[in-house]
Design a protein around this ligand. Structure first.
Ligand SMILES: [Zn+2]
Length: 338
């Protein structure tokens, strides 16, 4: 992913701030521990002078002395930890702690950007606070199949809404759990208001928490950006947005079919989905359209890309939003599963 200089600086400032906070926290811990445990400072001084001694012996090549120094150092370190725990502190209270231990809050592992850097980029660019709020509420722990009827039978598959949702939930969980090792795509399609967007939110949250970059768009929002990039005067920012759309670890396109489609949106969708398949980057699409409609509206070649590269999950049922509302108004679960 490419960034403008000012965006890059903004992220590096976050890392600098983290390092400053770490340093500050460590000093604060020392101050507190020294105040409460008078003998601790002495032990620390012995440890640091032993450390210097060790370095000198190492230079002199005195290996015998080195072994006994090491032993003494281990003994003092254990003593220090015991002093801390006896006084009610955690044993590692005087060690540095990092938000990301992998890069020690520098953003880099050697010359490579750390995984947390990639996440910082999407946090900066795309995680509008409203999505974060939604993800607090809509995640796997809050998802319930109780709302789905065992009696509502899908005429196409012969399965109940409940069965279909249980299968979908399992597939979505596996998708999120194996995200790092598998290249998979999902098409969630079927009736309106049966939880397709909710499911994509569940996955988004898990994948984001695992440190991957996730971009979420409604189809209308996505096509707006395409139009801006093709017809408008492309700014550096637009270029980057497009680049993120093609390269982010997971792209979620919500509510495909609600945008105004034309030959332009049709060809842009193909390019986008095709690029992501070539780059082995996962995509989730949710839509109220039936498969035949997707084929008809978005062309045969787009449909064939989807049908051969995506897991297709068909969801049906009564409108869950209505059912939930009924429950909130004081109904019972039985009312929802009638
Ligand atoms: Zn890191």
């Amino acid at each position: 992913m490419s960034l403008t200089n000012s965006q890059y600086d903004q992220i590096m400032r976050i890392y600098e701030q983290r390092q400053i906070d770490n340093e500050h926290r460590l000093r604060e811990h020392y101050r507190e521990a020294y105040a409460r445990i008078p003998s601790l400072k002495e032990v620390d001084q012995s440890i640091s002078s032993l450390g210097m001694d060790k370095a000198r012996r190492l230079l002199e090549g005195d290996l015998d002395a080195l072994a006994s120094l090491k032993q003494e150092l281990a003994r003092l370190t254990a003593k220090k930890q015991r002093l801390l725990t006896d006084a009610g502190f955690p044993a590692d209270y005087l060690e540095r702690s990092y938000t990301c231990p992998d890069c020690r809050d520098t953003g880099y592992i050697g010359t490579e950007k750390c995984h947390c850097f990639r996440k910082a980029v999407t946090d900066l660019l795309y995680l509008q606070s409203n999505l974060q709020e939604i993800l607090e509420q809509e995640n796997f722990s809050t998802f319930s199949t109780d709302y789905y009827s065992a009696n509502h039978i899908d005429p196409v598959t012969g399965r109940s809404a409940k069965e279909a949702m249980q299968t979908a939930l399992k597939t979505c969980r596996a998708f999120a759990d194996h995200f790092s090792e598998r290249f998979e795509n999902l098409l969630l399609y079927g009736d309106t208001g049966v939880g397709k967007t909710f499911l994509s939110h569940c996955i988004a949250r898990e994948v984001m928490n695992a440190g991957f970059s996730v971009i979420y768009f409604t189809a209308a929002g996505l096509f707006d950006i395409f139009a801006k990039c093709v017809f408008g005067r492309r700014s550096e920012e637009d270029e980057e947005t497009l680049d993120h759309i093609y390269n982010c670890d997971l792209l979620i396109i919500d509510d495909l079919g609600t945008e105004l489609s034309n030959s332009f949106t049709v060809s842009q969708l193909f390019v986008c989905l095709n690029e992501r398949i070539l780059r082995k980057k996962s995509t989730i699409i949710s839509t109220n359209l039936a498969l035949e409609d997707i084929q008809e509206i978005y062309s045969e070649r787009t449909f064939s890309r989807i049908s051969s590269n995506y897991i297709l999950l068909r969801l049906t049922g009564d409108d869950i939003r209505i059912q939930k509302k009924l429950l909130n108004l004081g109904g019972t679960k039985d009312a929802a599963t009638h």
